[in-house]
Write a protein that binds this ligand. Structure first.
Ligand code: ZN
Length: 191
């Protein structure tokens, strides 16, 4: 289990976070799951660099770096209530950033749930252009298109991308399938 990666001071922070979320988001059936993913992600980012680094490590934005560094600094002051409160605030803002609240739209709930999983998995980054995504406007793209037998509910073959990147991908796929078609025709003629 990833609990081994926690330091005692982090356990206190995570305890405060889950207590807070349980109160504030009571009734969210997926909370336990979201929390577990978040905790793993948070620790992963936290362990990407040491306190004495002044530049973000590879794969981390400057803003993220500032946030996690501040958390580390606050962690050095272990027991004051100010320090604990500051850490909780950092965690909550990260939780909000990485796991946007869903609109209470029953029909779309399923889709949004899947979208969140993808958003988490990609850490909010578009794989096409490697720039950050906005949860609301990001659209899901199926790596194996429907037409080629890709299943809509298959999360393994889905990605969240920008709308404009989605169009770029579709154009590329269209071109590729055209080339394939031409190739097929050519081979048929030859035989
Ligand atoms: Zn993009």
């Amino acid at each position: 289990m990833f609990l081994g990666a926690f330091k005692f001071r982090d356990i206190i922070s995570f305890y405060l976070l889950i207590s807070y979320l349980r109160k504030k988001r009571a009734g969210n059936e997926n909370l336990q799951n979201e929390y577990a993913v978040f905790a793993r992600l948070f620790m992963q980012k936290l362990n990407m660099f040491s306190m004495y680094q002044d530049k973000p490590p590879k794969g981390m934005t400057k803003e993220e770096f500032e946030t996690y560094k501040k958390y580390k600094q606050e962690s050095k002051i272990m027991t004051t209530s100010d320090s604990l409160r500051n850490r909780l605030e950092i965690m909550l803002s990260e939780f909000a950033r990485l796991n946007p609240m869903i609109i209470a739209d029953r029909q779309r709930l399923h889709d949004v749930g899947q979208k969140r999983i993808l958003f988490f998995r990609q850490q909010g980054i578009c794989p096409e252009c490697t720039k950050p995504l906005t949860f609301k406007t990001a659209s899901a793209h199926h790596v194996i298109p429907h037409s080629a037998g890709g299943r809509t509910d298959d999360l393994d073959h889905a990605q969240l991308v920008h709308d404009k990147c989605h169009k770029i991908i579709e154009e590329r796929l269209k071109k590729q399938s055209k080339i394939k078609m031409l190739h097929k025709k050519a081979t048929v003629r030859c035989t």
